[in-house]
Design a protein around this ligand. Sequence first.
Ligand SMILES: Cc1ncc(COP(=O)(O)O)c(C=O)c1O
Length: 442
Amino acid sequence: MTKENASSDFRYNTGDTKVPWAAVGENYNAADAFEFVKFLMRGKGAAYNAALRDVKSALAKLGSLSTPPGKLSMGDKVAEVEKAIDCYLGVDEGSSLFVSNCTAALELGYRYAGVGPGDEVIVPTNTFIATVAYPLSVGAKLVFADVDPKTVNIDPKDIARKITKKTKIIVPVHIGGYPCDMDAIMRLAKKHDIVVMEDAAHGFGGEYKGRKLGTIGHFGCFSMHEVKNCTSFGEGGVFVSNVPEYRAEARRARFLGVDFSSKIKNWLYNVSLIKGKGKVRYQASNNASVTEIQAVALLQQLKRYGKILVERRREATYMTKRLSGVPGILPQALGSKDIVPTFHLYQLQIDPKVVGGDVQTLKAKLEGKGVTNIPHFGPIYRFAASVGKGFDEKKIAKTCPVTEYVFDKCYTHLPIYGLTKAQLDYMADAILASVAEMKAGK
Ligand SMILES: Cc1ncc(COP(=O)(O)O)c(C=O)c1O
C-alpha cells in the first residue's frame, strides 16, 4: 500500500495491485442511465417519444465509450459539494458535512452535547418531530419554550425562564426559513454555557445580521429533503460545525466512528469513540453516509440556488402586497437588511378578534375554495409519542399559552413556490373573500 493510500478507506484504494479490490460491487450501464432520464424527465406524445429514442441511442453510444465511476458513495463529489457549501455559507473549509438527512445531522449535535436520560433540552413547541426525535428516544426531558406570536419562532424570553442547571442544549428552529432572534439566544447560551444547535431545515440561504442561518450557533443542520428549497435527489442533510475540534469527530461519527487513520493489530482500521463537549465520549451508532449521485444533484441545485431564492421572495412579496392593509390579516413578514428569510413557507395570520372567527374557519373556507394550506407544525407535546414518554400535555400547554392561541386560532402556511400569477391571485382572492365572509358572519 502506498503512503498516499495508507489513511484512505481500504476498500477503494488498494494501491498498485495486479488484482484490485472491486470497489463498486455492481455498476450502472447505459440502459440504467436511460431509465434515470425517463424517470426525471417525464412526458408523453410523439415529439417526446422521438426525443427519448434519440437519448436512448446517444446513451448507448456513450455507454460503449465510457467507464463507470469507481465510487458511488462518499467520494470526490461529496467532498466537492461540502466545499461548495462551506463557501456558500461563508464558513471555514471543513465545517460542512453532507449527511443522509437533517435528522442525522441533528443527532450529531445532540451527541456532542452528551444529551442523555434526564438531561434537559430546550426546543420550540411547533416543529417537526425530527427536531426532538433523538432526545425523546434517549429519555431526555424536552422543555418546550413558547413561541413569539408574530414569527411563531421560539421566544428567547421563555427560553430564559426555562433554563436550569440541567439544560444541555437549546435548539431554535427557523420556522419556514424566518430567522429566530439569534443574538438573544446566543447571549443566554454563553451566560449558561449551553450548546446551541440551529435547526435550519427550512433556513438554507437565509441570513441573520449578515450571517447565514445555521452558522451562528455551535451547530447548524439543514435538510435537503425533496420538499425543501433545494434537494439532493429527495433526501439529504448538512451538518455545520462552528466547533473546530468537533469537525473531524463528526466526520467519523457519520460512518459509525470508523477511523481509517489508525489500525488495530492485523486489521485495516480502528473504531474509536467520538469526543464531544468536555468529558463526553460516545460510540457512533448511525451510518449517515451519502451517495455521489446525491452530491452531483446538490451541486447542480446550488448553481441555481440564488435564482430559487429570488423567485420565492418574488412570490412572497406579491402575496404580502395583495394581503396588506386589510384589517385582521397579517401577511408573511418580508424581513429587512438584517433579517433575510428563505420563504420556504408563507405564513398567513389573522386576528380572530377583528375577523370574527379563527384560523380553523379560515382553513376550512380555503380548502372549500381549493387552496391548500398547512400550518407548520402541530405542537409536539400533543403527540402520543411525547405523552407516552411521560410528558403531561395539559401542564405543558399551560406553560406555552402563545402556542396554544396562535396555533389553534391565528396562523397557517400557504404554498409559495412555482406558482403562476393566476394561482397567486386566486389564492389571494380566496383569502380576501373568506375573511370578508367571516367578518360578515357567514
Ligand atoms: C423543522 C424540521 N427539522 C428537521 C427536519 C428533518 O429533515 P430531514 O427530513 O432531512 O431529516 C424537517 C423536515 O421536514 C423539519 O421540517
